[in-house]
Design a protein around this ligand. Structure first.
Ligand code: NAD
Length: 248
């Protein structure tokens, strides 16, 4: 018996990075995985590898979210994007898109999937937040706003869902070794006119006590544990996986 045998897990942004690692870890724990991503090729590749199903969906489009299966036991809200710019230059359409993908889509998915979980009196929602769900950095207005928002949404779901055996939690990583971070390293290097290695050491890991990037598999292990029966009393929480960043 595997801990998640018989469970169906929907993972957004599962074609890359943390989402891909979550799809792999949840499948290894026995879950049937719905691999949701805007990038069809990577969604199909991951689905093939984990024995799941690919769902090519743009999470910025509410109508496409309505086409996803609602009868899932686990939702991992992971898909995310980033734009780095000062507030007075931040493109408004980009700000709106980031809220749509990283906050409105998780709300719409919860709204869609909770009735099935309530009927079964079991469910798990895990939201991949960030240190930026509880801390700010300059030039990341949309991302920090969306991550603070998902922290609040998760707590409200936790309170409403508790009587039905459904939990809602955030995991809040520091910098993880993924394509999203690789892009940020290049952006910051160009912005500050410094070497990418120096960006990692001086900008990204400056506030972390553990001086290395986190591996996606480390985040996925925590997400998978939160989806198990053992984690049934943990809800409304945000678990930092940040190498001590928020301890300081
Ligand atoms: P990534 O870029 O490797 O993967 C993100 C995935 O989301 C991609 O496959 C992409 O195609 C998908 N996606 C983007 N927009 C989409 C849309 N509109 N519809 C459907 N899918 C879409 O990113 P990652 O680093 O693995 O980040 C995953 C999550 O983890 C994000 O929410 C991010 O904010 C969070 N996070 C990342 C880090 C980090 O250091 N990488 C740290 C803290 C939190």
């Amino acid at each position: 018996m595997q801990p998640l045998d018989g469970r169906t897990a929907l993972v957004t942004g599962a074609g890359s990075g943390i989402g891909r690692a979550c799809a792999e870890a949840l499948a290894a724990a026995g879950a049937k995985v719905l691999v949701v991503d805007i990038d069809g090729d990577s969604a199909r590749e991951v689905a093939g590898r984990v024995g799941g199903t690919a769902h090519v969906v743009d999470l910025a489009e509410p109508r496409q979210i309505e086409e996803l299966p609602a009868d899932v036991d686990i939702v991992v809200n992971n898909a995310g994007i980033q734009t780095v710019a000062p507030v007075h230059e931040f493109p408004p359409d980009r700000f709106a898109l980031i809220q749509q993908v990283m906050l409105t889509a998780p709300f719409l998915l919860a709204r869609r999937c909770l009735p099935h979980m309530y009927a079964n009196r079991w469910g798990r929602l895990v939201h991949v937040s960030s240190v930026h769900g509880v801390r700010a950095s300059p030039f990341k207005a949309a991302y920090v706003a969306a991550k603070h928002g998902i922290e609040g949404l998760s707590k409200v779901i936790a309170l409403e869902a508790a009587p039905f055996g459904v939990t809602s939690n955030c995991v809040a990583p520091g910098y993880v070794r993924t394509p999203l971070v690789a892009g940020q390293i290049d952006d910051q290097a160009a912005r500050h006119g410094i070497d990418p290695d120096q960006v990692v050491a001086d900008v990204f890991l400056q506030r972390s006590a553990i001086k290395r990037l986190i591996e996606p598999s480390e985040v996925a292990a925590l997400v998978t544990w939160l989806c198990g029966d053992e984690a049934g009393y943990l809800t409304g929480a945000s678990l930092p996986i940040d190498g001590g960043w928020t301890a300081s």
